[in-house]
Design a protein around this ligand. Sequence first.
Ligand code: SF4
Length: 376
Amino acid sequence: MTEIFRIIPITSATASVAQQSGAVQDYTGLGVPHGYGQVADTLQRPLRDLRISVTDRCNLRCTYCMPREAFDKDHAFLQRADLLSFEEIERLARLFIHLGVQKIRLTGGEPLLRRGIERIIESLARLNTREGKPVEVALTTNAVLLSQKAQSLKDAGLARITASLDGLSEATFRCMSDSDVPVKTVLDGIAAAQRVGLAPVKVNMVVKRGVNDHEIIPMAGHFRNSGVVLRFIEFMDVGCTNGWRMDDVVPAREIVEQINSRYPVRQVDPNYTGEVAERWHYADGSGEVGVIASVTQAFCHECTRARLSTDGKLYTCLFASSGTDLRDPLRMSATDQMLAGLIADHWGRRNDRYSQLRHAVTEAPREKIEMSYIGG
Ligand code: SF4
C-alpha cells in the first residue's frame, strides 16, 4: 500500500495553517484526519469553494462549452462505474470541508441529468463547515429540466441556483445552444426556481461578439424588476474545442457601457471576497446585473475554487491541464488521512493564475481540460 500511496508529509504551508487554526473541531463526528486544518496555496489563497461535476453529459451542445463537432454521437462519455458514487462524493466533500471548504456548487455537464441528484444534495446539505455552519450547496444548470425539478431540489436542501440562458430569441438561443429547446422551457424553469424559493436566482449569459451580443439589452430589459440577478460572462478559452478567439470576446467594460446607456447603473461592492461577478445596481432600483470578466479583468488573486471532476480528479483551475486522482486511492481503501493528504498537498503546491497570465503566455497553448468535465 505505502508504495502506492506515498504518505504525504504535511508541507510547511499546510502545516502552518493547521497549527494556526489549533485543534480541528470535528463537526461531522466522523473523525478528523490528524493535523489537517484550513489549507492555503503558494499564493496564500485559502481553499474555500468546491465545484463538483456530477456528470459529463448534457442535453444541450452550447458552442462555447460542448461544441457538437467535438461532443458528437461517437464521443466517449464516462460510464456509470467511472462516476463517483453518492457515497464517494459525500466522503470527499467531508474531507474538503475539513480543509476549509464552506461552499459546494454542483455542476456538470448538466447536473439535473444525474439520476438521484436530490440524494447528493441532501447528503451535502447535512454537512457543517469547520465553523459549525451548514455548508452552502448551490447548483448551476441549463434549466431545461428545472420546471420538473425545482421543488425537489429545494426540498433536498439546495440553497441557491444559477441558470444559463444565452439569448431570448429562439434563433439566438438555438445558435448558442445548438439545440431545438424552446426558450420558454428555460424561462419556465427559472420561474419555477423563483416560485419554490431558490431566490435570488442568478442567470448567466455568455456573450460572443457577432452571435448574441445584440441581445445584451433585451436580456437586461427582460430580467429588470424580476428579482433575477443577470450576469454577463466574457467568452473564455476553456478547454481546446470551442474555437476561442479574442476577437469574439465582448469586454465587460463594453457590456456595462451598453447597459448604462440604456438603463443607468452604479457599481456596488462584492458580497464577499473572491466573488467572481462584478456587481452593478440599476439606478432606478429595478435590480442587479453583473459581469464576469475572466479574460479582460482576471480575478485569480482571489480564486479559492477547487474542482472535482465527475470521475474523481482534483483540479485547481478551470484552465488546468492535469489533476490529482482521488477516486482510485479512495476505491483502494485509502484512509481519510491519506486522501486529505493528497488534497492538502495538491492545493498546497497550487500556483494557478491562468487568466492573469493568459496574454503573457508565449509558449504553444497546452491541452486544457474541457469545462463540461470539471464544471464552469
Ligand atoms: S483562471 Fe484559474 S486561478 Fe484564475 S480565477 Fe480562473 S480558475 Fe481561478
